[in-house]
Design a protein around this ligand. Structure first.
Ligand code: 13P
Ligand code: SF4
Length: 303
């Protein structure tokens, strides 16, 4: 099917199924073009918590579709590519977390939304990259077990020094591989550019940047800044919106390695198949869902 035909079919199926298509900022351009809502993890969670359609087609990775199902259990949540996972989320399991919690009985467990529903069910409160600092500040205990992203955890512990943050050793394979010599190289090429990075990058990269924030915060920062040139240190999918919203500004990717293969799995044909065959439906054990919902609700109350 040609692209135009495919889009027409998707729009018809969307109507027939009473569905909404939501997409993370890292999705490929075609997917962002057809999506009804595009955003960062926090914005998409908030949207899914109050959605009024019967079906949510979640163009992102597995933990995101799970979060949508946790918050909207009566809706049918479809993940168009069932193998679209998040390697960082897989770096912590429920069993390993239960063991670690025993070593830190006084710690509050703050888990990054990039984690499975099972892991969320063992946490006290979730956070995303856009609210992690506020969430950690709001937690009453001094000790915080932060899972699974060591880089986001390090960034938060720098910003909230009054807390004792115990880090897990997980990381995002895509952001973790950015090296400081790549900053030197791009800065040499674009000396006046501001460097905007995601806190999933390693601490030396975040320290060298002008701004660190979630995908949405990076997009908002670039729109407001009077600067014309920006070096972007997050997954390349954000370039779609950055360029669309700011046609007179220049954006340079910090590293060619900033591609998340899992975020790139979803295409127009996967969305078409998802709506046509109603696949792949996300279902959760109700006990796990209710416990995981508590940690997401705790976050949303503070966001
Ligand atoms: P945000 O869009 O919340 O910044 O998330 C980044 C991410 O890595 C999602 O997988
Ligand atoms: Fe996971 Fe990193 Fe891909 Fe986000 S960019 S889905 S954190 S691997």
């Amino acid at each position: 099917m040609k692209k135009d035909e495919m889009i027409k079919e998707i729009l018809e199926l969307k109507k027939k199924r009473n569905a909404v298509i939501v997409a993370h900022n890292y999705q490929v351009d075609d997917v962002q073009e057809v999506a009804d809502v595009i955003g960062d993890s926090l914005a998409l969670s908030k949207y899914c918590a109050g959605v009024d359609k019967d079906v949510i087609v979640f163009c992102g990775v597995h933990f995101m579709a799970e979060s949508a199902k946790i918050l909207s259990p009566d809706k049918t949540v479809l993940l168009p590519e069932i193998d679209a996972g998040c390697p960082m989320a897989d770096m912590v399991t429920k069993e390993a977390l239960i063991e670690e919690k025993k070593k830190h009985p006084n710690a509050t467990v703050v888990c990054y939304i990039n984690s499975s529903a099972e892991v969320k069910s063992e946490c006290d409160i979730c956070c995303t990259s856009s609210n992690a600092i506020d969430i950690v500040r709001a937690v009453k205990s001094k000790d915080i077990l932060f899972v699974p992203d060591q880089n986001l955890g390090s960034y938060v512990s720098k910003m909230v020094p009054e807390k004792n943050i115990i880090l897990w050793n997980g990381y995002c394979v895509t952001h973790h591989r950015v090296k400081s010599d790549e900053i030197d190289r791009v800065k040499e090429l674009h000396p006046n550019a501001e460097i905007l990075v995601h806190p999933e990058c390693q601490p030396n990269i975040v320290d060298a940047a002008d701004f660190a924030g979630s995908t949405k915060q990076i997009i908002d920062y670039a729109a407001k800044s009077p600067n014309k040139d920006f070096i972007i240190g997050t997954e390349m999918g954000v370039l779609f919106k950055l360029k669309k919203d700011n046609p007179d500004k220049n954006f340079y990717l910090l590293s060619q390695g900033l591609v998340c293969p899992n975020m790139k799995k979803t295409s127009l044909s996967s969305i078409y198949n998802a709506l046509n065959e109603m696949k792949y439906e996300i279902n959760l054990d109700e006990n796990i869902r209710l416990k995981a919902k508590k940690s997401l609700d705790n976050m949303l109350e503070l966001s």
